[in-house]
Write a protein that binds this ligand. Structure first.
Ligand SMILES: NC(=O)c1ccc[n+]([C@@H]2O[C@H](COP(=O)([O-])OP(=O)(O)OC[C@H]3O[C@@H](n4cnc5c(N)ncnc54)[C@H](OP(=O)(O)O)[C@@H]3O)[C@@H](O)[C@H]2O)c1
Length: 290
């Protein structure tokens, strides 16, 4: 396919490299700044610039890999100048938005598509490395779906199809699994620091535990993977955690209690938390004891 990339950031650059490596032809890379367009284009030796029209008009598939907040606007601007050819596919890579934000492309006879890589792109190289083998979630106009499925396969990814109305909830799930998980690890490091273990030692020390947990979740699912004092019903351990936090990091108490309460539900589902211990733990965590 002839592919144009508009938005030369982390995702746009990684997709350009992966599509080209899969044998697709890039018509060019455009971005808001010439610097970003040049830097991305150097990786794939293609034309670049700040005017998307010269690349979009030649393309069969156009990826609008700008920040979410300007995707609809960029699409409207290009469509208003007849920048998409009839039958072309216009895609964005936002997780939360559906293909409906690309409706303006229809006035040129193009097909809207959302094409969300279910992976984190801290920078283009991390994306190039991590994306193959990951899922890409697609949703959009029927005329776009067969090629979308093919593109997913071409870059070594797996396909997840979703309904248009489900995109916000689907993306909330991805945010919890990726972004909130990252925050969770940061909070654990702060508690380690309060225990006198510096950050440089804390992360390597916690990392094998994090990896072991992830492996267990992959093997048996989160409910059966749950271990620890709440799963065992060790209420006194929860009490001493809370006393220690109260003394050193009182601002983290609500965070600890919130996740503790969610963990009680998981432990009940696992079937290892007795009723008496559950009530005791709920008392410490400030939950409803019924
Ligand atoms: N990062 C992730 O982990 C991730 C994962 C999955 C999906 N996504 C989605 O992928 C999309 C891009 O995210 P990203 O992380 O790659 O963002 P990013 O690194 O901030 O890149 C966005 C690029 O868009 C360019 N841009 C901004 N306004 C523009 C405009 N009006 N016209 C043309 N280009 C414009 C910026 O240009 P300049 O640099 O030229 O200023 C920037 O290079 C978003 O929809 C995001 O939700 C991101």
């Amino acid at each position: 396919m002839r592919i144009a990339i508009i938005g030369a950031g982390n995702v746009g650059t990684a997709l350009a490299v992966l599509f080209q490596a899969a044998g697709h032809q890039l018509t060019g890379i455009a971005s808001l700044s010439a610097v970003s367009a040049t830097s991305a284009a150097q990786r794939v030796s293609v034309a670049h610039g700040t005017n998307p029209l010269i690349f979009t008009r030649e393309a069969e598939v156009i990826f609008l890999t700008t920040p979410d907040r300007v995707v609809a606007e960029v699409c409207e601007q290009i469509a208003a100048q007849n920048g998409f050819s009839a039958g072309a596919i216009v895609a964005h890579t936002s997780g939360a938005h559906s293909s409906t934000i690309l409706e303006s492309a229809s006035i040129n006879g193009a097909y809207p598509l959302s094409f969300h890589p279910l992976q984190t792109f801290a920078n283009p190289d991390a994306g190039i490395q991590n994306l193959p083998g990951s899922f890409i979630t697609v949703e959009g106009h029927e005329g776009a779906l067969p090629i979308a499925r093919q593109l997913v396969e071409d870059i070594g990814c797996k396909l997840l199809e979703i309904s248009t109305v489900s995109k916000p909830l689907y993306h909330a799930a991805a945010c919890i699994a990726c972004n909130y998980f990252t925050t969770l690890i940061e909070e654990a490091l702060q508690v380690m620091e309060a225990a006198g273990v510096c950050r440089d030692d804390g992360l390597p020390a916690l990392y094998p535990l994090i990896e072991g947990t992830l492996k267990n979740i992959k093997r048996v699912g989160p409910t059966r993977a749950l271990t620890g004092p709440i799963a065992r019903g060790d209420a006194s351990t929860i009490k001493i955690h809370l006393l220690a936090l109260q003394e050193k990091l009182p601002e983290l108490m609500p965070f600890y209690k919130f996740f503790g309460l969610a963990t009680v539900d998981l432990a009940v589902a696992k079937g290892t938390l007795g009723e008496m211990e559950r009530k005791k733990i709920l008392e410490y965590l400030g939950g409803n004891k019924n």
